[in-house]
Design a protein around this ligand. Structure first.
Ligand SMILES: NC(=O)c1ncn([C@@H]2O[C@H](COP(=O)(O)O)[C@@H](O)[C@H]2O)c1NC=O
Length: 597
């Protein structure tokens, strides 16, 4: 190595490192002959002098003079330059010396604040296209040295390294890069993996006893306030500890994003290990019941992958969302977004009790409420089209079809948008009504559910009737209208808890049976809800019928159902066909099951 370098005209420096004239020229051209370049050269001379001296005291003097007159040193290296000017001014006004990397230093200079380039600490230019800027003992020694250990302080002093008291870093925007509409190449994504930033964040977080680390521009104001407050006390240490916690979490989220992207690029099947980046959106008053504490977290990977839905909703009005509100609103909006036609879905306890699809959204709403007004009272109303003033007035004034007098009460209305007038009218309904605006929920995506000691992961059930083959198993063929109704009932049943049965007609849910541990009970409940309207209706079952005679299929046929759809696949499928033929009922199979547990 030495010989090869010598052949290129290199010599060994006093620090024992090879100094190449080519590199030296490069440094000068990068940094310039004056200003930072001469500082850089002076520093190297001081470092050399300190190291060649056998007396540590000399080095201590060098270190002290580097920090003379300053309250301490702050290192700033940020990709997101939001409020950087305010931060830098604030720190400088308090007497902190600021050291910074390329783009951050330029921005700070532009704000009229004195700043040193990090090269002055490292004695090296930024290199390898920015892959190496701060990865150097001049930086990491300054961050990691324990101020309470004289041997640590002597060790850094010996190498002319000065302590760094504040580290302000935020990382290359990896997630934004890989989720951008214009997909970056693999190489561009890799270059956006930050290495030096996390190294500094982790170092500063580890040494929180002495160093403050800030990774989020929203923490600049609290930082300046803290620094302007009392000198070292318990509150100051608590602040640094909290910053350290946030810093480690920031790195963990960052790394999980990189790992997930990399698995997506090279892995097959379920990732052998994964972490979910969750961000606290709000603490909730309580969970499913008042004695259970609860909180709501957003999953940044889902939100930024454009999953939309409740997690990405804006609340325009009403009381704070509760735990159950989130669950029910998600069920209602996920169902509504599954329909192509203008649709209203009303949900109670995560099950749709009213669904209607019509060209006119107003009519869809009226029909959805009428499907089961008793259950709709206190429910969640979801639309897959914008809510205008007429719709808002209808929601506000609608009387319960049960007694014709009581105004309907709802917990939540959720829609993709509202006209300004629609929103104002709806706000007049009740202070209790939560009004949510949410981007449509994407039909696919990852779903995670917790079980004791583990998590279940699956792909969301994104199959819609258009992608399913409906095969007629009976002698009687469906009319075009019946086929439409069967597809509608099929889409409804997908959103009902198993064992799920839906009865529908003319784009309107007439009855549903949900969550029963046996299918025949769900059939009976759905038929009972449909009442007289069952004659000529259609029935959908989320899974095959295990029994027919005196059971699900025959009961439905006898009640007057005109057409039935189920996945098929039972050993007794032939019974269902025979029964439908006997009663002159249409029977379709799909080969697709829609269990929902
Ligand atoms: N390579 C390094 O030594 C290094 N040190 C700091 N960074 C990152 O560089 C960014 C700031 O760069 P600039 O100040 O040039 O805009 C920050 O996001 C910081 O996390 C680095 N970049 C990547 O690893």
């Amino acid at each position: 190595m030495q010989t090869a370098l010598a052949a290129q005209g290199c010599r060994l420096s006093v620090l024992g490192r090879a100094v190449c004239p080519v590199l030296a020229r490069h440094r000068n051209s990068c940094i310039g002959e004056s200003g930072p370049a001469s500082n850089f050269q002076r520093l190297r001379r001081r470092q050399a002098a300190a190291i060649s001296s056998s007396r540590p005291a000399a080095a201590v003097r060098v270190m002290a003079s580097a920090a003379a007159g300053s309250k301490g040193k702050a290192l700033i290296s940020v990709s997101d330059k939001t409020n950087l000017d305010t931060l830098a001014k604030g720190l400088a006004d308090m007497g902190y010396e600021i050291v910074s990397t390329g783009g951050s230093a330029t921005a700070i200079e532009k704000a009229g604040v004195a700043v040193k380039r990090v090269e002055e600490l490292t004695g090296f230019p930024e290199m390898l296209d920015g892959r190496v800027k701060t990865l150097h003992p001049g930086v990491h020694g300054g961050i990691l040295a324990r101020r309470d250990l004289p041997e640590h302080m002597a060790a850094i002093a010996e190498h002319s390294i000065t302590p760094i008291d504040i580290v302000i870093v935020n990382l290359y925007p990896f997630r934004q890069t890989v989720t951008a509409a214009t997909q970056p190449s693999y190489e561009v994504a890799v270059e956006n993996i930050d290495i030096g930033g996390p190294a500094m964040i982790r170092a500063a977080a580890k040494n929180h006893e002495h160093v403050t680390v800030v990774v989020d521009p929203s923490d600049y104001a609290p930082l300046l306030e803290r620094l302007g407050g009392a000198a070292e006390d318990a509150a100051a240490l608590a602040f640094r500890k909290r910053c350290a916690w946030k810093a480690f979490q920031h790195c963990a989220t960052y790394d999980s994003t990189v790992a997930e992207w990399l698995w997506g690029a090279v892995g097959e099947g379920p990732a052998p290990e994964m972490s979910v980046p969750m961000k606290l959106a709000q603490g909730l008053r309580y969970g499913e019941n008042p004695h259970q504490s609860a909180a709501y977290y957003t999953d940044s990977s889902l939100a930024e992958h454009g999953m939309g839905g409740v997690g990405a909703a804006v609340q325009h009005y009403g009381k704070e969302m509760s735990y159950n509100n989130y669950l029910d609103a998600d069920a209602a909006y996920s169902a509504a977004c599954d329909f192509a036609e203008p649709t209203c879905v009303i949900v109670k306890h995560t099950n749709p009790c009213g669904v209607a699809s019509k060209d006119d959204l107003l009519e869809a709403y009226r029909l959805a409420v009428r499907a089961d007004p008793i259950s709709a009272f206190g429910g969640i109303v979801a639309f897959n089209r914008p809510v205008d003033a007429d719709m808002a007035r209808e929601i506000r004034e609608f009387r319960s079809p049960t007694d014709g007098e009581t105004r309907m009460f709802y917990e939540i209305v959720i829609a993709p948008s509202y006209t300004p007038e629609g929103l104002e009218v709806l706000k007049g309904k009740s202070k209790m009504l939560r009004i949510l605006e949410a981007p449509p929920r994407a039909p696919s995506g990852r779903s995670l559910r917790q079980v004791a000691s583990g998590w279940l992961q699956q792909e969301a059930d994104s199959l819609k009737p258009d992608a399913i083959e409906f095969t007629c198993a009976s002698e009687k063929q469906p009319t075009p209208q019946q086929l439409e109704d069967l597809k509608f009932a099929w889409l409804c049943v997908k959103h009902v808890k198993s064992n799920a049965i839906t009865v529908a007609k003319d784009g309107k849910l007439l009855g549903m049976g949900s969550g029963q541990p046996n299918r025949v009970k769900s059939v009976q409940i759905a038929l009972e809800k449909a009442g007289e309207e069952v004659k000529g209706s259609v029935l959908a079952s989320d899974a095959f019928f295990p029994f027919t005679w005196n059971d699900s299929v025959e009961i439905a046929c006898k009640a007057g159902v005109a057409a039935i759809v189920h996945p098929g696949g039972s050993v007794r499928d032939a019974d269902a066909v025979e029964c439908c033929n006997k009663y002159g009922v249409v029977l379709l199979t799909t080969g697709v099951r829609h269990f929902k547990h």
